[in-house]
Design a binder for this molecule. Structure first.
Ligand code: PGA
Length: 254
């Protein structure tokens, strides 16, 4: 049994108005939440401030995260959000390098590396996403693709900064498709990631690193996924949008 604190992160993507976000917060706030699981919600940027106020009522059990940020702290970047603004809004985490950012918004490993550095320099915790496409898996390139993403994304990240970082393994073919990776498939890649970190840094850091699985996580598959030795939690999209389905995940399907 590992000693890493389980982490469940809700990634709402571009869903929920401010009113809907607050409704979610109000309902969630009335639930008994498990103390041993760290819970993070990443609402749209427009909901961060009101959500942050609502969250303070929960006594800090639920934390807040951004879904993305720019690598610069300020400047002429129309439409972007600075990591400084996220920090000001009480975010603890920021998702970086999600496959939708890579695929739909042209983010490459170099941009992702700069964002990781920016987030870490403000002592925020990045949730650094990696994952292969269906084609890459079919061509048996999963391991090479993941290693390259780790190598390029983390190339200038220091050991002390790594202590704040979380990695999310999100196979692109499993995101929003209802086809989750099997626990075996996910475990295999999680173990590969931990071994890579151990070689690039050291065993102690690799042993403490939290690696989340993401891609069609639901109440009925989270329990099996969490039994795997290298799966420390989940990054959840669709099933995090309603309180009921999110609660099932937080409670590992119970
Ligand atoms: P999903 O999304 O749970 O809807 O598959 C996961 C993610 O994109 O982080």
């Amino acid at each position: 049994m590992n000693k890493r604190t389980p982490l469940i992160v809700a990634n709402w993507k571009m869903n929920h108005t401010v009113a809907e976000s607050l409704k979610f917060a109000t309902v969630l706030g009335k639930q008994a939440l498990p103390k041993e699981v760290e819970i993070v919600i990443c609402p749209p940027a427009s909901s961060l401030q009101s959500f942050s106020i609502a969250l303070s009522d929960f006594g800090g059990t639920v934390k807040l995260g951004g879904q993305n940020c720019h690598s610069e702290e300020s400047g002429a970047y129309t439409g972007e959000i600075s990591p400084v603004f996220l920090k000001e809004l009480d975010c603890t985490y920021v998702i970086i390098g999600h496959s939708e950012r890579r695929r739909l918004f042209g983010e490459n490993d170099d941009i992702i590396n700069k964002k990781l550095i920016a987030v870490l320099s403000l002592s925020l915790s990045p949730i650094f996403c990696v994952g292969e496409t269906e084609g890459e898996r079919k061509e048996n390139r999963t391991s090479a693709v993941i290693k390259k993403q780790l190598e390029n994304g983390l190339k200038t990240v220091r050991r002390d900064e790594m202590e704040k970082l979380v990695i999310a393994y999100e196979p692109v073919w499993a995101i929003g498709t209802g086809r989750n990776a099997t626990p075996d498939q996910a475990q295999e890649v999680h173990a590969l990631i931990r071994t890579w970190v151990s070689k690039a840094y050291d065993d102690e850091l690799a042993g403490a690193l939290r690696i989340l699985y993401g891609g069609s996580v639901k109440g009925d598959n989270i329990g099996e996924l969490m039994k795997e030795p290298d799966i420390d939690g989940a990054l959840v999209g669709g099933a995090s949008l309603a309180v009921d389905s999110f609660l099932q995940i937080i409670n590992y399907g119970a």
